[in-house]
Design a protein. Sequence first.
Length: 345
Amino acid sequence: MNPRLRAWLVRGGLLVVAVVATVAIVRMIGAVDWTTVGHALRHLDWWQFPLLALLLVVRQSFNSMPLAFYVAGVTPYRAVINDQVAFLIGTAVPPPADVAMRVAMFSSWGVPVAAGLAGAMLHKLTFWIVRFGAPVVGIAILVARGDHLGLSLFDLVSIGIALAILVGLLLIMRSDGLASGIGRSGGRVVRRFRSVDPEGWAVACVRFRADVSARFRSGFPRSIVMLLCMLVIDSTMVTLCMRFVGVPSSAVATASIVAGFAIAYPLSVFPFNGIGLIDAAVIGAVTLAGGHAVEAPAVAAMLVWRVFDLGGPMAFGAVSVLLWRRTTGSRMSLRQMLRSKAPAH
């Protein structure tokens, strides 16, 4: 099967799962009063939009910073525009168009492509550790507040994935032998589902270690901190959206909103940052804490958050393309970017 077609089918399948799950969760919450949602949106004031936009800029900067820690020659500014452009291209078309775009940018800056791609992969793995480990933050908040702690299978699986990625990454960085063994074992597991070469995976893991090991020790802890800061900004934006549309702290504590968001955050693995799934989960948590009266305002809040969460990064990506082309003199059109193919690595 054509790789691009397979990628589209996988994305489509995940999106269908997200839609079905969202419908099921919303039905459990209850029918939404859309008239009340509209009234809640009228609480918004003009100054709240630039504030949310500013927070989004900070959020995207924290999210991109690990790339500067992992790749020599990539400044924080370059890391941000590289990440935003990759997000834009990755949202528009399936891989490897986003990887090809990263390659073009790394090459224009004189950054070795192998080191750049390895750093981008390490950045992604670090993000996945934080993404799937986020429920730990939510659970810690609930424990600190003395709230009811209902651990679900989803929470345990998510935390288990985060730990598996962390342990695997630390073992790969320990020695070439461990890196080779982990790559070979991973290739054998994947070979049960698709045609891969375990020995090729072993070589790729060793090469990956060689490309990033020099900056891993200092870059990894700082990257975890940056991505945790990103999570804090994200949850702050969700909380502010709740307050802006009329969900008072007297009805729902900030800690309850942040805990609900953190526990739901692994759902961002689904297409379009888990659209529908995270929203429904947070609305459910807020409604459980504040009662049915806050359900409609909570829906309005998540609608506002999604405008910034999805629309903002795409706008930043478009601006980043222009900034990169202007500073490097590249004449590559957006159509050429979308049709680009990443080199084998």
